[in-house]
Design a protein around this ligand. Structure first.
Ligand code: SF4
Length: 285
């Protein structure tokens, strides 16, 4: 992994193999590389092969420090306070993927802190899991100003880091929190109600490895719905349009009324059953 997982950027090196040799340079076969280039590529190949054997923690550290580093691949670098890489157990069975850091995450450099993080921690507790047992990351590593929705170009430039995190961790199940994460991992534009309620397959783009995927609501959305429900229960008027992280899902309209929090717990129980049951997840190589 490691160097091999360097995300492609618009500034990726071009291949000049079709150009002839420089005037006066020794004649080379078409496409032949200079000795320094050949040595550099050989070194990269060696590092790549070695990195494939690294433990997940070392792969993640390399990715964070060397590949992501002080990333400036999109304009969110100009407004972030901290880059929020991810946190948790590198060997986790369960990996959560949210949308993007909010204000508190941006301030502390850690995903899912603040009210949304507390709600996620409470769900984990209900499932008999500690936060330190799972891994948590976001589609975007930097906060969109004002918690606006991610732009497609930001997702395109940042998502290779997420795919690389998944390659390193090799979780037994992925949980997408919110519509943006669900659509990215399914590589399709769907509504939340189309993604919830079943187990999908996420196909890692570089290796083709598949992982079970459950999509559920983002805790920020659940918090907003809880607040609206409480207002309604008190006879107040329906609140505003929300606007924090994870906005956009379409609540289910049919069936008995069930709180969004209860629906999330049911989704998470489905996800947990995938790795607590006899092994039938992806090969962990
Ligand atoms: S959001 Fe992602 S691609 Fe954009 S600057 Fe941050 S780390 Fe880089």
């Amino acid at each position: 992994m490691g160097a091999r997982q360097q995300p492609r950027t618009s500034g990726a090196p071009r291949q000049d193999a079709r150009r002839g040799p420089e005037r006066g340079a020794p004649s080379q076969a078409p496409g032949a590389r200079s000795q320094p280039d050949a040595n550099a590529n050989a070194n990269k190949g060696t590092l790549r092969r070695q990195a494939e054997q690294w433990p997940a923690a070392k792969k993640l550290a390399y990715l964070r420090d060397r590949s992501v580093g002080d990333c400036r691949r999109c304009r969110l670098a100009e407004t972030r306070r901290n880059l929020v890489f991810g946190v948790g157990n590198p060997d986790a069975d369960m990996m959560f993927v949210g949308e993007a850091p909010g204000a508190e995450e941006d301030r502390r450099g850690e995903p899912f802190v603040g009210a949304a993080g507390q709600r996620l921690d409470a769900w984990l507790h209900e499932l008999g899991l500690q936060r330190s047992e799972v891994y948590i990351a976001n589609v975007l590593k930097c906060r969109p100003p004002g918690n606006r929705d991610p732009h497609p170009v930001e997702i395109q430039r940042c998502s290779p880091f997420l795919h690389a995190q998944i390659r390193a961790i090799q979780p037994r199940v992925l949980v997408a929190l919110g519509r943006f994460a669900g659509c990215l991992l399914l590589d399709r534009q769907l509504k939340m109600y189309q993604m919830r309620g079943s187990v999908h397959r996420y196909r890692e783009p570089k290796t083709g490895t598949e992982f079970p995927l459950v999509v559920t609501y983002h805790p920020s959305y659940v918090l907003r719905r809880d607040a609206e429900n409480m207002r309604q229960a008190r006879g107040g008027q329906r609140g505003g349009r929300g606007g924090g992280r994870g906005s956009g899902p379409q609540p289910d309209q049919r069936g008995p009324i069930k709180s969004e929090g209860a629906k999330v717990l049911a989704d998470l129980q489905r996800a947990v059953s995938l790795f607590r049951a006899p092994p039938r997840g992806p090969s962990r190589g």
